[in-house]
Design a protein around this ligand. Sequence first.
Ligand code: HAM
Length: 403
Amino acid sequence: MPKVKKASKSVIKLVKGMKDILPNEQVYWELIRNKVSAAARDYGFQYIDTPVVEATALFKRAVGEETDAVSKEMYSFVDQGGEKLSLRPENTAGVVRAYIEHGMLNLPQPVKLFYFAPQFRHDKPQAGRYRQFWQFGFEVLGENDPIVDAQMISLSYFILQELGLNVEVQVNSIGDDNCVKKCQDLAKDAPQTVDHLCDECNKHFTSVLEYLDELDVKYNLNSKIVRGLDYYTRTAWEIVETSEEGKLNALGGGGRYDDLVYLMGGRQTPAIGFACGVERIINKMKDVKAPLPENWRPDVYVATLGPEARKKALHLLLELRKENVSVSEDLAKTGLKGQLESADKKGARFALILGQKEIVDGTVLIRDMENGVQEVVDIKKAVKEVQKRLEHHLIAKVLKKSK
Ligand code: HAM
Protein backbone atom coordinates (compact mmCIF):
# COMPACT_ATOMS: atom_id res chain seq x y z
CA MET A 1 0.00 0.00 0.00
CA PRO A 2 1.38 3.49 -0.81
CA LYS A 3 2.02 5.73 2.20
CA VAL A 4 -1.12 7.74 2.99
CA LYS A 5 -0.60 11.50 3.34
CA LYS A 6 -2.71 13.60 5.67
CA ALA A 7 -5.05 16.15 4.05
CA SER A 8 -3.28 19.49 3.72
CA LYS A 9 -6.08 21.63 2.28
CA SER A 10 -9.66 22.41 3.20
CA VAL A 11 -12.29 20.22 1.56
CA ILE A 12 -14.37 21.78 -1.24
CA LYS A 13 -18.02 20.99 -0.71
CA LEU A 14 -21.04 20.37 -2.92
CA VAL A 15 -22.64 23.60 -4.21
CA LYS A 16 -25.77 24.63 -2.31
CA GLY A 17 -28.98 23.26 -3.79
CA MET A 18 -27.15 20.56 -5.79
CA LYS A 19 -27.29 16.87 -5.07
CA ASP A 20 -25.00 13.89 -5.59
CA ILE A 21 -26.82 10.81 -6.74
CA LEU A 22 -24.94 8.09 -4.92
CA PRO A 23 -24.82 4.40 -5.89
CA ASN A 24 -27.34 3.35 -3.25
CA GLU A 25 -29.96 5.60 -4.87
CA GLN A 26 -29.38 4.42 -8.40
CA VAL A 27 -31.90 1.62 -8.08
CA TYR A 28 -34.66 4.28 -8.07
CA TRP A 29 -33.15 6.14 -11.02
CA GLU A 30 -32.81 2.99 -13.08
CA LEU A 31 -36.36 1.95 -12.30
CA ILE A 32 -37.75 5.36 -13.29
CA ARG A 33 -35.66 5.52 -16.48
CA ASN A 34 -36.88 2.05 -17.44
CA LYS A 35 -40.53 2.88 -16.79
CA VAL A 36 -40.24 6.13 -18.75
CA SER A 37 -38.50 4.44 -21.69
CA ALA A 38 -41.03 1.60 -21.78
CA ALA A 39 -43.95 4.05 -21.72
CA ALA A 40 -42.28 6.13 -24.44
CA ARG A 41 -41.82 3.07 -26.62
CA ASP A 42 -45.44 1.94 -26.12
CA TYR A 43 -46.83 5.37 -26.95
CA GLY A 44 -44.47 6.04 -29.86
CA PHE A 45 -42.24 8.79 -28.42
CA GLN A 46 -38.66 9.31 -29.57
CA TYR A 47 -35.85 10.42 -27.29
CA ILE A 48 -34.33 13.88 -27.69
CA ASP A 49 -31.39 15.58 -25.95
CA THR A 50 -31.04 19.32 -26.16
CA PRO A 51 -28.13 21.30 -24.65
CA VAL A 52 -28.10 22.41 -21.04
CA VAL A 53 -27.00 25.87 -22.26
CA GLU A 54 -29.25 27.92 -24.53
CA ALA A 55 -29.54 31.59 -25.49
CA THR A 56 -31.06 33.56 -22.61
CA ALA A 57 -33.45 35.09 -25.16
CA LEU A 58 -34.97 31.64 -25.79
CA PHE A 59 -36.27 31.34 -22.24
CA LYS A 60 -37.26 34.98 -22.04
CA ARG A 61 -39.45 34.60 -25.09
CA ALA A 62 -40.75 31.05 -24.54
CA VAL A 63 -41.19 30.80 -20.78
CA GLY A 64 -41.82 34.52 -20.24
CA GLU A 65 -39.69 37.36 -18.96
CA GLU A 66 -41.96 37.96 -15.97
CA THR A 67 -42.10 34.38 -14.71
CA ASP A 68 -40.20 33.44 -11.53
CA ALA A 69 -38.32 30.71 -13.40
CA VAL A 70 -36.83 33.31 -15.78
CA SER A 71 -36.78 36.59 -13.86
CA LYS A 72 -35.61 35.27 -10.48
CA GLU A 73 -34.27 31.77 -10.78
CA MET A 74 -32.32 31.51 -14.02
CA TYR A 75 -28.57 30.83 -14.00
CA SER A 76 -27.51 33.39 -16.63
CA PHE A 77 -24.06 34.47 -17.73
CA VAL A 78 -22.16 36.14 -20.54
CA ASP A 79 -19.61 33.77 -22.04
CA GLN A 80 -16.07 34.58 -23.27
CA GLY A 81 -17.49 35.47 -26.68
CA GLY A 82 -19.96 37.95 -25.20
CA GLU A 83 -23.03 35.74 -25.75
CA LYS A 84 -25.87 35.94 -23.23
CA LEU A 85 -26.54 32.36 -22.17
CA SER A 86 -28.51 30.51 -19.51
CA LEU A 87 -28.70 27.05 -18.01
CA ARG A 88 -32.13 25.74 -18.97
CA PRO A 89 -34.76 26.15 -16.23
CA GLU A 90 -37.03 23.73 -18.14
CA ASN A 91 -36.91 21.68 -21.32
CA THR A 92 -39.96 22.59 -23.40
CA ALA A 93 -38.35 25.75 -24.82
CA GLY A 94 -35.30 23.78 -26.02
CA VAL A 95 -37.46 21.07 -27.57
CA VAL A 96 -39.55 23.65 -29.44
CA ARG A 97 -36.37 25.40 -30.66
CA ALA A 98 -35.02 22.06 -31.93
CA TYR A 99 -38.37 21.21 -33.56
CA ILE A 100 -38.28 24.44 -35.56
CA GLU A 101 -34.52 24.47 -36.21
CA HIS A 102 -34.40 20.91 -37.57
CA GLY A 103 -37.44 21.25 -39.78
CA MET A 104 -39.54 18.80 -37.77
CA LEU A 105 -42.52 20.89 -38.89
CA ASN A 106 -42.15 19.09 -42.21
CA LEU A 107 -42.24 15.58 -40.75
CA PRO A 108 -45.53 13.68 -40.48
CA GLN A 109 -47.33 15.23 -37.53
CA PRO A 110 -47.59 14.86 -34.64
CA VAL A 111 -43.95 14.68 -33.62
CA LYS A 112 -43.70 12.93 -30.25
CA LEU A 113 -40.57 13.50 -28.19
CA PHE A 114 -39.40 12.66 -24.68
CA TYR A 115 -36.39 13.55 -22.52
CA PHE A 116 -34.80 12.70 -19.18
CA ALA A 117 -32.53 15.59 -18.30
CA PRO A 118 -31.24 17.99 -15.62
CA GLN A 119 -32.78 21.45 -15.23
CA PHE A 120 -31.53 24.44 -13.23
CA ARG A 121 -33.41 26.95 -11.11
CA HIS A 122 -31.82 29.17 -8.50
CA ASP A 123 -34.75 28.56 -6.19
CA LYS A 124 -34.65 28.55 -2.38
CA PRO A 125 -33.41 25.04 -1.54
CA GLN A 126 -35.76 23.04 0.69
CA ALA A 127 -37.23 19.55 0.86
CA GLY A 128 -38.02 18.46 -2.72
CA ARG A 129 -36.62 21.66 -4.22
CA TYR A 130 -33.15 21.70 -5.70
CA ARG A 131 -31.16 24.05 -7.91
CA GLN A 132 -30.20 21.24 -10.23
CA PHE A 133 -33.04 18.76 -10.56
CA TRP A 134 -33.99 16.16 -13.15
CA GLN A 135 -37.13 16.00 -15.18
CA PHE A 136 -38.54 13.46 -17.52
CA GLY A 137 -40.91 14.99 -19.99
CA PHE A 138 -43.09 14.12 -22.97
CA GLU A 139 -44.04 16.55 -25.74
CA VAL A 140 -46.48 16.11 -28.65
CA LEU A 141 -46.15 18.75 -31.36
CA GLY A 142 -48.60 19.17 -34.21
CA GLU A 143 -51.81 17.76 -32.75
CA ASN A 144 -54.85 19.57 -31.46
CA ASP A 145 -57.25 16.73 -30.75
CA PRO A 146 -58.51 16.65 -27.14
CA ILE A 147 -58.02 12.89 -27.06
CA VAL A 148 -54.27 13.58 -26.98
CA ASP A 149 -54.74 15.82 -23.94
CA ALA A 150 -56.47 12.96 -22.14
CA GLN A 151 -53.78 10.51 -23.24
CA MET A 152 -50.99 12.76 -22.03
CA ILE A 153 -52.71 13.29 -18.69
CA SER A 154 -53.19 9.55 -18.28
CA LEU A 155 -49.59 8.87 -19.34
CA SER A 156 -48.26 11.18 -16.62
CA TYR A 157 -50.66 9.63 -14.12
CA PHE A 158 -49.95 5.98 -14.93
CA ILE A 159 -46.17 6.32 -14.93
CA LEU A 160 -46.35 7.62 -11.36
CA GLN A 161 -48.90 4.99 -10.37
CA GLU A 162 -46.68 2.26 -11.76
CA LEU A 163 -43.88 3.60 -9.60
CA GLY A 164 -46.04 2.81 -6.59
CA LEU A 165 -47.33 6.32 -5.88
CA ASN A 166 -50.85 7.21 -4.97
CA VAL A 167 -51.37 10.37 -6.99
CA GLU A 168 -54.20 12.35 -8.48
CA VAL A 169 -54.61 14.81 -11.30
CA GLN A 170 -55.69 18.41 -10.83
CA VAL A 171 -56.91 19.63 -14.18
CA ASN A 172 -58.09 22.93 -15.57
CA SER A 173 -58.47 24.83 -18.82
CA ILE A 174 -56.97 28.28 -18.91
CA GLY A 175 -58.45 29.05 -22.32
CA ASP A 176 -56.72 30.68 -25.25
CA ASP A 177 -56.28 34.15 -26.71
CA ASN A 178 -59.99 34.43 -27.44
CA CYS A 179 -61.02 34.01 -23.83
CA VAL A 180 -57.82 34.03 -21.82
CA LYS A 181 -57.45 37.70 -21.05
CA LYS A 182 -60.87 37.78 -19.49
CA CYS A 183 -60.62 34.49 -17.65
CA GLN A 184 -57.08 34.95 -16.34
CA ASP A 185 -58.08 38.22 -14.70
CA LEU A 186 -61.06 36.47 -13.22
CA ALA A 187 -59.02 33.47 -12.11
CA LYS A 188 -57.20 35.55 -9.54
CA ASP A 189 -60.41 36.22 -7.58
CA ALA A 190 -63.04 33.81 -8.73
CA PRO A 191 -62.07 30.15 -8.97
CA GLN A 192 -64.37 29.48 -11.94
CA THR A 193 -62.09 29.74 -14.96
CA VAL A 194 -63.83 27.01 -16.95
CA ASP A 195 -67.13 28.95 -16.82
CA HIS A 196 -65.53 31.77 -18.77
CA LEU A 197 -64.06 29.85 -21.65
CA CYS A 198 -64.96 30.75 -25.22
CA ASP A 199 -67.10 28.19 -27.06
CA GLU A 200 -64.18 26.50 -28.79
CA CYS A 201 -62.14 26.13 -25.61
CA ASN A 202 -65.15 24.94 -23.72
CA LYS A 203 -65.87 22.28 -26.33
CA HIS A 204 -62.25 21.17 -26.31
CA PHE A 205 -62.11 20.92 -22.52
CA THR A 206 -65.43 19.09 -22.28
CA SER A 207 -64.04 16.48 -24.68
CA VAL A 208 -60.83 16.17 -22.65
CA LEU A 209 -62.90 15.41 -19.55
CA GLU A 210 -65.10 12.94 -21.42
CA TYR A 211 -62.04 11.04 -22.58
CA LEU A 212 -60.57 11.19 -19.08
CA ASP A 213 -63.75 9.58 -17.77
CA GLU A 214 -63.09 6.70 -20.13
CA LEU A 215 -59.67 6.21 -18.58
CA ASP A 216 -59.24 5.14 -14.99
CA VAL A 217 -57.62 8.42 -13.98
CA LYS A 218 -58.43 9.97 -10.62
CA TYR A 219 -58.89 13.64 -11.42
CA ASN A 220 -60.26 16.81 -9.89
CA LEU A 221 -61.27 19.99 -11.63
CA ASN A 222 -59.16 22.67 -10.02
CA SER A 223 -59.41 26.21 -11.32
CA LYS A 224 -56.35 27.23 -9.30
CA ILE A 225 -54.11 25.32 -11.68
CA VAL A 226 -52.84 28.14 -13.90
CA ARG A 227 -49.15 26.97 -14.02
CA GLY A 228 -46.14 29.23 -13.56
CA LEU A 229 -44.91 29.42 -17.14
CA ASP A 230 -46.34 31.79 -19.78
CA TYR A 231 -46.67 29.49 -22.76
CA TYR A 232 -49.73 27.54 -21.66
CA THR A 233 -53.11 27.59 -23.38
CA ARG A 234 -56.25 25.55 -22.75
CA THR A 235 -55.66 22.27 -20.83
CA ALA A 236 -53.34 22.55 -17.84
CA TRP A 237 -52.77 19.91 -15.17
CA GLU A 238 -50.64 18.88 -12.25
CA ILE A 239 -49.97 15.46 -10.82
CA VAL A 240 -50.10 15.82 -7.08
CA GLU A 241 -49.77 13.74 -3.99
CA THR A 242 -51.39 14.75 -0.77
CA SER A 243 -48.94 15.17 2.09
CA GLU A 244 -49.81 14.16 5.65
CA GLU A 245 -50.73 17.75 6.44
CA GLY A 246 -53.11 17.71 3.49
CA LYS A 247 -50.89 19.95 1.34
CA LEU A 248 -50.74 19.28 -2.39
CA ASN A 249 -47.24 18.54 -3.58
CA ALA A 250 -46.67 18.68 -7.37
CA LEU A 251 -44.69 15.75 -8.75
CA GLY A 252 -45.35 16.81 -12.31
CA GLY A 253 -47.23 19.25 -14.46
CA GLY A 254 -48.00 20.16 -18.00
CA GLY A 255 -50.44 21.58 -20.47
CA ARG A 256 -51.14 22.70 -23.99
CA TYR A 257 -48.95 25.34 -25.56
CA ASP A 258 -50.69 25.91 -28.87
CA ASP A 259 -49.03 29.28 -29.59
CA LEU A 260 -45.44 28.54 -28.59
CA VAL A 261 -44.09 27.21 -31.90
CA TYR A 262 -45.51 30.31 -33.63
CA LEU A 263 -44.13 32.61 -30.94
CA MET A 264 -40.68 31.06 -31.46
CA GLY A 265 -40.73 31.76 -35.19
CA GLY A 266 -42.33 28.58 -36.59
CA ARG A 267 -45.78 28.27 -38.14
CA GLN A 268 -48.86 27.92 -35.96
CA THR A 269 -48.62 24.41 -34.46
CA PRO A 270 -50.72 23.06 -31.60
CA ALA A 271 -48.75 21.20 -28.94
CA ILE A 272 -49.01 19.66 -25.49
CA GLY A 273 -46.60 18.22 -22.95
CA PHE A 274 -45.71 17.58 -19.34
CA ALA A 275 -42.68 17.06 -17.13
CA CYS A 276 -42.18 15.32 -13.78
CA GLY A 277 -39.54 16.00 -11.14
CA VAL A 278 -37.44 12.87 -10.61
CA GLU A 279 -36.02 13.76 -7.16
CA ARG A 280 -39.50 14.56 -5.87
CA ILE A 281 -40.77 11.24 -7.17
CA ILE A 282 -37.90 9.39 -5.47
CA ASN A 283 -38.47 11.21 -2.17
CA LYS A 284 -42.08 10.12 -2.30
CA MET A 285 -41.18 6.54 -3.29
CA LYS A 286 -38.95 6.36 -0.22
CA ASP A 287 -41.70 7.78 2.01
CA VAL A 288 -44.23 5.18 0.93
CA LYS A 289 -41.63 2.38 0.67
CA ALA A 290 -42.53 1.76 -2.97
CA PRO A 291 -41.55 -1.71 -4.18
CA LEU A 292 -38.14 -1.89 -5.85
CA PRO A 293 -36.82 -4.53 -8.24
CA GLU A 294 -34.72 -7.33 -6.77
CA ASN A 295 -31.05 -6.48 -6.58
CA TRP A 296 -28.91 -7.71 -9.41
CA ARG A 297 -27.29 -11.12 -8.71
CA PRO A 298 -24.35 -12.55 -10.62
CA ASP A 299 -24.78 -15.96 -12.22
CA VAL A 300 -21.23 -16.93 -11.42
CA TYR A 301 -18.54 -15.79 -9.03
CA VAL A 302 -14.96 -16.70 -9.99
CA ALA A 303 -12.75 -17.42 -6.97
CA THR A 304 -9.02 -18.13 -7.11
CA LEU A 305 -6.13 -19.36 -5.00
CA GLY A 306 -2.58 -18.65 -6.15
CA PRO A 307 -0.99 -16.49 -8.89
CA GLU A 308 -1.47 -18.97 -11.76
CA ALA A 309 -5.15 -19.35 -10.94
CA ARG A 310 -5.59 -15.58 -10.99
CA LYS A 311 -4.14 -15.40 -14.50
CA LYS A 312 -6.38 -18.24 -15.68
CA ALA A 313 -9.38 -16.51 -14.07
CA LEU A 314 -8.83 -13.41 -16.22
CA HIS A 315 -9.51 -15.54 -19.32
CA LEU A 316 -12.38 -17.43 -17.75
CA LEU A 317 -14.12 -14.17 -16.84
CA LEU A 318 -13.81 -12.91 -20.42
CA GLU A 319 -15.19 -16.17 -21.81
CA LEU A 320 -18.16 -16.17 -19.44
CA ARG A 321 -19.00 -12.56 -20.27
CA LYS A 322 -18.77 -13.27 -23.99
CA GLU A 323 -21.42 -15.97 -23.49
CA ASN A 324 -23.63 -13.48 -21.61
CA VAL A 325 -23.16 -15.19 -18.28
CA SER A 326 -23.15 -12.45 -15.64
CA VAL A 327 -20.04 -12.65 -13.49
CA SER A 328 -18.46 -11.25 -10.39
CA GLU A 329 -15.04 -11.50 -8.79
CA ASP A 330 -12.59 -9.98 -6.34
CA LEU A 331 -9.35 -11.04 -7.98
CA ALA A 332 -7.34 -8.69 -5.82
CA LYS A 333 -8.41 -10.69 -2.76
CA THR A 334 -6.11 -13.61 -2.02
CA GLY A 335 -7.96 -15.65 0.64
CA LEU A 336 -10.50 -18.19 -0.62
CA LYS A 337 -12.72 -17.85 2.44
CA GLY A 338 -13.13 -14.11 1.93
CA GLN A 339 -13.92 -14.63 -1.74
CA LEU A 340 -16.62 -17.20 -1.04
CA GLU A 341 -18.15 -14.93 1.57
CA SER A 342 -18.23 -12.19 -1.03
CA ALA A 343 -19.87 -14.58 -3.53
CA ASP A 344 -22.52 -15.32 -0.93
CA LYS A 345 -23.12 -11.66 -0.15
CA LYS A 346 -23.55 -10.83 -3.81
CA GLY A 347 -26.04 -13.66 -4.17
CA ALA A 348 -24.09 -15.56 -6.86
CA ARG A 349 -25.82 -18.76 -7.99
CA PHE A 350 -22.60 -20.64 -8.67
CA ALA A 351 -18.93 -20.17 -7.88
CA LEU A 352 -16.11 -21.37 -10.10
CA ILE A 353 -13.12 -22.12 -7.91
CA LEU A 354 -9.61 -22.31 -9.33
CA GLY A 355 -6.78 -23.43 -7.04
CA GLN A 356 -3.22 -24.78 -7.57
CA LYS A 357 -4.49 -28.35 -7.97
CA GLU A 358 -7.10 -27.39 -10.56
CA ILE A 359 -4.49 -25.51 -12.59
CA VAL A 360 -2.24 -28.60 -12.65
CA ASP A 361 -5.17 -30.91 -13.55
CA GLY A 362 -6.76 -28.55 -16.09
CA THR A 363 -10.00 -28.53 -14.10
CA VAL A 364 -12.22 -26.18 -12.12
CA LEU A 365 -14.61 -26.66 -9.20
CA ILE A 366 -18.25 -25.67 -9.66
CA ARG A 367 -19.92 -24.92 -6.39
CA ASP A 368 -23.67 -24.55 -6.08
CA MET A 369 -23.93 -21.60 -3.70
CA GLU A 370 -27.35 -22.63 -2.43
CA ASN A 371 -26.49 -26.12 -1.15
CA GLY A 372 -22.66 -26.05 -1.16
CA VAL A 373 -22.38 -29.10 -3.47
CA GLN A 374 -19.13 -29.03 -5.47
CA GLU A 375 -18.15 -30.87 -8.66
CA VAL A 376 -14.93 -31.04 -10.62
CA VAL A 377 -15.20 -30.31 -14.35
CA ASP A 378 -12.76 -29.94 -17.23
CA ILE A 379 -11.77 -26.27 -17.43
CA LYS A 380 -12.37 -26.29 -21.19
CA LYS A 381 -16.01 -27.23 -20.54
CA ALA A 382 -16.45 -24.80 -17.65
CA VAL A 383 -18.60 -22.28 -19.54
CA LYS A 384 -20.88 -24.97 -21.02
CA GLU A 385 -21.24 -26.67 -17.62
CA VAL A 386 -22.21 -23.36 -16.03
CA GLN A 387 -24.76 -22.66 -18.75
CA LYS A 388 -26.28 -26.12 -18.32
CA ARG A 389 -26.65 -25.63 -14.57
CA LEU A 390 -28.10 -22.13 -14.99
CA GLU A 391 -30.73 -23.54 -17.33
CA HIS A 392 -31.68 -26.25 -14.80
CA HIS A 393 -31.76 -23.63 -12.10
CA LEU A 394 -34.13 -21.48 -14.16
CA ILE A 395 -36.45 -24.40 -14.99
CA ALA A 396 -36.57 -25.44 -11.34
CA LYS A 397 -37.46 -21.88 -10.36
CA VAL A 398 -40.27 -21.63 -12.92
CA LEU A 399 -41.68 -25.01 -11.85
CA LYS A 400 -41.59 -23.97 -8.21
CA LYS A 401 -43.45 -20.76 -9.03
CA SER A 402 -46.14 -22.53 -11.05
CA LYS A 403 -46.94 -24.95 -8.19
P1 HAM B 1 -42.91 22.74 -14.05
O1 HAM B 1 -44.23 22.61 -13.37
O2 HAM B 1 -42.18 24.02 -13.86
O3 HAM B 1 -43.15 22.46 -15.59
O4 HAM B 1 -41.96 21.56 -13.58
C1 HAM B 1 -42.39 20.22 -13.66
C2 HAM B 1 -41.98 19.45 -12.42
O5 HAM B 1 -40.56 19.59 -12.18
C3 HAM B 1 -42.60 19.95 -11.12
O6 HAM B 1 -43.91 19.42 -10.95
C4 HAM B 1 -41.64 19.40 -10.08
O7 HAM B 1 -41.93 18.04 -9.79
C5 HAM B 1 -40.30 19.49 -10.80
N1 HAM B 1 -39.57 20.67 -10.30
C6 HAM B 1 -39.73 21.96 -10.66
N2 HAM B 1 -38.86 22.75 -9.99
C7 HAM B 1 -38.14 21.94 -9.18
C8 HAM B 1 -37.07 22.14 -8.24
N3 HAM B 1 -36.57 23.34 -8.00
N4 HAM B 1 -36.57 21.05 -7.60
C9 HAM B 1 -37.07 19.81 -7.83
N5 HAM B 1 -38.06 19.56 -8.72
C10 HAM B 1 -38.60 20.60 -9.38
C11 HAM B 1 -42.19 22.49 -16.55
O8 HAM B 1 -41.02 22.54 -16.32
C12 HAM B 1 -42.74 22.38 -17.96
N6 HAM B 1 -41.62 22.44 -18.90
C13 HAM B 1 -43.55 21.10 -18.13
C14 HAM B 1 -44.10 20.99 -19.50
C15 HAM B 1 -43.62 20.19 -20.49
N7 HAM B 1 -45.14 21.65 -19.98
C16 HAM B 1 -45.30 21.31 -21.24
N8 HAM B 1 -44.39 20.44 -21.56
